[in-house]
Design a protein around this ligand. Structure first.
Ligand SMILES: Cc1ncc(COP(=O)(O)O)c(C=O)c1O
Length: 361
């Protein structure tokens, strides 16, 4: 496990249920006061935002017009605030942008902060190294889900440094966490046991190990190359569709993993996604993908205007359609998708008129 993420023996792995579980455990363990300051970014998934904002103060680095994190904003916030932890995703689940986490690690460490990386979207797409040879660039904590790497649901891992993890424990108590318990006293065990309350999910952990073996066997160079070929073909085809809105930088895609999001000025995205499924057997996801503040920014919807959707149904709330590419996808599937898409959009536009579901873009 440590080898897979390039961690040395200063680190250890604790198994958890998924990235959300791991990040909540880390937040529970590491936040010591509601005055602690965490630096996150506006591209974060809710799972790397809410566990922190529920416990302490979070300051957010902004994104630029194409949705990339503004590194200068991270530096500005580190200078302005006494930041304890910087927490960033390694890759966005909305635009697929890969974050330069080692650059951010260097900035964080120079200001006395530690860095936590949400690895949910990177682990199946690109090689990830927690250490680089320059200690200033090392990642302190890394969390990821097994199911994002084609393993069964319910597995995940938190990788952190022995010393800090030993000294901080999440508010998750029970079997497996202790060395001894008396009538009214209890002695807790050290890392990783203090993070693994309850019976382990053996199947999830074995699945994760097998997934790592398979990804390594295929190799991340081959995975990345394959994904870039599919992405280019898909984006080139999408650019030709009338009335489409594509999000993120679609001209320079080297820093994007295989996640593509789009919208239409002529049809409601809920209906587009439904017809893609019905007509082409294509599984997409529609919505704001648990990254609401980022999606509103990309769509140009203000925080004030979002409040107006509080009582709306899912289909009435703004959102996009997302295509996610995996190692199993083929060029033929991309071609088939591009064939079905205009048909699905046409049908969705008809539904939109009948059902009063307006396009949201
Ligand atoms: C970037 C990112 N972070 C965190 C998560 C949460 O992962 P999980 O649902 O496995 O806990 C996801 C899930 O899609 C994600 O894409």
């Amino acid at each position: 496990m440590l080898d897979f993420v390039g961690a040395d023996n200063n680190y250890q792995c604790a198994f958890c249920n998924n990235t959300t579980d791991g990040l909540n455990k880390l937040a529970s363990a590491l936040v010591e006061s509601e005055d602690d300051i965490i630096l996150a970014t506006r591209i974060e998934h809710h799972s790397n935002d809410l566990p922190w904002r529920e416990r302490c103060k979070v300051v957010y680095a902004e994104v630029d017009e194409q949705g990339r994190v503004i590194y200068e904003d991270i530096e500005r916030l580190l200078e302005e605030y006494d930041v304890k932890y910087v927490t960033v995703t390694a890759a966005s689940n909305v635009t697929g942008y890969v974050t330069d986490v080692h650059r951010i690690a260097k900035m964080a460490h120079a200001h006395g902060a530690k860095i936590i990386v949400d690895g949910a979207q990177i682990v199946a797409h690109r090689e990830f190294r927690m250490t680089t040879g320059d200690p200033a660039e090392n990642i302190d904590f890394f969390v990821f889900s097994a199911h994002k790497m084609y393993s069964p649901y319910g597995g995940g891992a938190i990788i952190g440094p022995w010393d800090i993890m030993d000294a901080h424990m999440p508010e998750f108590y029970g079997g497996g966490t202790i060395t001894l318990v008396g009538d009214d006293w209890q002695l807790y065990n050290g890392y990783p046991y203090n993070y693994e309350a309850g019976s382990p999910n053996y199947a999830g952990i074995i699945g994760l190990g097998k997934a790592i073996d398979i990804l390594k066997e295929i190799g991340f160079d081959a995975i990345q190359e394959h994904e870039q070929v599919l992405m280019k073909k898909l984006i080139d085809g999408l650019k030709e569709q009338p009335d489409i809105i594509l999000y993120g930088d679609c001209d320079n895609i080297e820093d994007r993993v295989g996640v593509i999001t789009f919208n239409y000025t002529t049809a409601n995205t809920t209906r587009i996604a439904a017809h893609l499924s019905d007509m082409g057997g294509v599984a997409t996801r529609r919505g704001a993908f648990c990254a609401h503040p980022y999606v509103w920014r990309l769509m140009g919807i203000s925080d004030h205007d979002v409040v107006g959707f509080e009582n709306c149904t899912d289909a009435e709330t703004p959102g996009m359609v997302r295509i996610s590419l995996g190692i199993y996808n083929t060029e033929e599937e991309v071609e088939e998708f591009l064939r079905v898409l205009p048909l699905a959009v046409e049908k969705a536009a008809e539904d939109s008129q009948i059902q009063g579901l307006i396009p949201q873009f």
